[in-house]
Design a binder for this molecule. Structure first.
Ligand code: A3P
Length: 293
C-alpha cells in the first residue's frame, strides 16, 4: 500500500562506481537513454547545493521575468527532476513526465558529469551548474536524510560525515562532482555558478545567467526576481517550499539558507579531518570555495 511503500527505505547501488538510490539504479537504462532536445536547459547540481533556488531563478529569467507565470505550478513541475523514480504511487514528475513535456524544457539533474545521458552532449544542451561549499552541503544533506524517510539511513552526524567524506552517499563524492563539472566547462556550454556568490550578490549572478540565456531584462525586473527568489520569500511560497510533498517532514525543506551553518555542526576534530582530506582531493583543481561570506 502507498503508505508502506512511501516509508520503504532505499539502499544505495553502485552505478559505474557511483552510489545511487536503488530506485534510480533500477531504471538506469531509461536514464542513460534519455532523449534530450537541443533547446533543453539543464540545471545540474550536487544535492543540497541550492538546486531549488537556482531552478526558480532560471525559470523566471526564462519567462522574461514573469513571476506570475512561475507562480502557477510547483517547482517540480516547472523544472522536473530527470532521474526521479521514488514514490511511483504519488505520480511526482520525473522522467515519464519529461518525455511527454512540450519544449522548451527545464530539466533538473544531480548526476555527476560522467553519468549524464549522452544525448545531452550530442544536442549541445546549455547547462547551468550550481556548486556550494562542501561543509554546508554536508550539513544540509544530513538534515535532508532525516527529513525524507525513504532516503537511506545515514545514522548520526558523525556517521554521516564519515560516509560523506568517503563519497559513500547518494550521488557519490562531492569532490568528484564539483571537479568533474568544472573541467567539463572547457568543452561544453556550462555556466558554473556558486551558491555563496548568489547569496552575496544575486544581481551580479543573475546578470551572468541572463547573458548565458541571452535575455536582456530591465533593472526593475532584475530587482523583482531577486525579491521573489530570496530565502524568506521562497520559504513561504507554496510553489517552491515543497510543502505539499513533505508530510513526512521533520525539518522544513527551506531550512536555513545561509553560508556557514557548518560551524554549528562540525567539531574541531571533524573539521581538521575534513580539511586535510579536502586539501588532498581538491589540490590542483583550480576550484576555490568560500565557507563563509
Ligand atoms: P540549508 O539546508 O542549508 O538551509 P537543494 O534545493 O539543492 O535541495 O538545496 C537546498 C538548500 O538550499 C537548503 O539549504 C535550502 O534552505 C537552500 N535554499 C533554498 N532556497 C534558497 C534561497 N532562496 N536562498 C538561499 N538558500 C536557499
Amino acid at each position: 500500500n502507498a503508505g508502506n511503500s512511501s516509508h520503504h527505505q532505499e539502499d544505495l547501488v553502485l552505478i559505474h562506481n557511483v552510489p545511487m538510490l536503488k530506485s534510480i539504479a533500477n531504471n538506469w537504462e531509461q536514464v542513460e537513454g534519455f532523449q534530450a532536445r537541443p533547446d533543453d536547459l539543464i540545471i545540474a547540481t550536487y544535492p543540497k547545493a541550492g538546486t531549488t533556488w537556482v531552478s526558480e531563478i532560471v525559470d523566471i529569467v526564462h519567462n522574461n521575468g514573469d513571476v506570475a507565470k512561475s507562480s502557477q505550478a510547483p517547482i517540480y513541475y516547472r523544472v522536473p527532476y530527470m532521474e526521479f523514480f521514488m514514490h511511483p504511487e504519488k505520480n511526482i514528475p520525473g522522467m515519464r513526465y519529461l518525455n511527454s513535456m512540450a519544449s522548451p524544457r527545464l530539466i533538473k539533474t544531480h548526476l555527476p558529469v560522467q553519468l549524464l545521458p549522452k544525448s545531452m552532449w550530442e544536442n549541445k544542451c546549455k547547462i547551468i551548474y550550481m556548486a556550494r561549499n562542501a561543509k554546508d552541503v554536508a550539513v544540509s544533506f544530513f538534515y535532508f536524510h532525516h527529513n525524507i524517510k525513504a532516503l537511506p539511513d545515514v545514522g548520526t552526524w558523525e556517521e554521516f560525515l564519515q560516509k560523506y567524506i568517503a563519497g559513500k552517499v547518494s550521488y557519490g563524492s562531492w569532490h568528484d562532482h564539483v571537479k568533474g563539472w568544472w573541467k567539463k566547462r572547457q568543452e561544453h556550454p556550462i555556466l558554473y555558478l556558486f551558491y555563496e556568490d548568489m547569496k552575496e550578490d544575486p544581481a551580479n549572478e543573475i546578470r551572468k545567467l541572463m547573458r548565458f540565456l541571452e535575455k536582456d531584462l530591465r533593472e526593475e525586473v532584475l530587482e523583482k526576481i531577486i525579491h521573489h527568489t530570496s530565502f524568506q520569500f521562497m520559504k513561504k511560497n507554496p510553489m517552491t517550499n515543497y510543502e505539499g510533498l513533505s508530510h513526512d517532514t521533520v525539518f522544513p525543506f527551506m531550512r536555513k539558507g545561509i553560508t556557514g551553518d557548518w560551524k554549528n555542526h562540525f567539531t574541531v576534530a571533524q573539521n581538521e579531518i575534513f580539511d586535510a582530506d579536502y586539501a588532498r582531493k581538491m589540490e590542483g583543481s583550480g576550484l576555490q570555495f568560500r565557507t563563509e561570506i
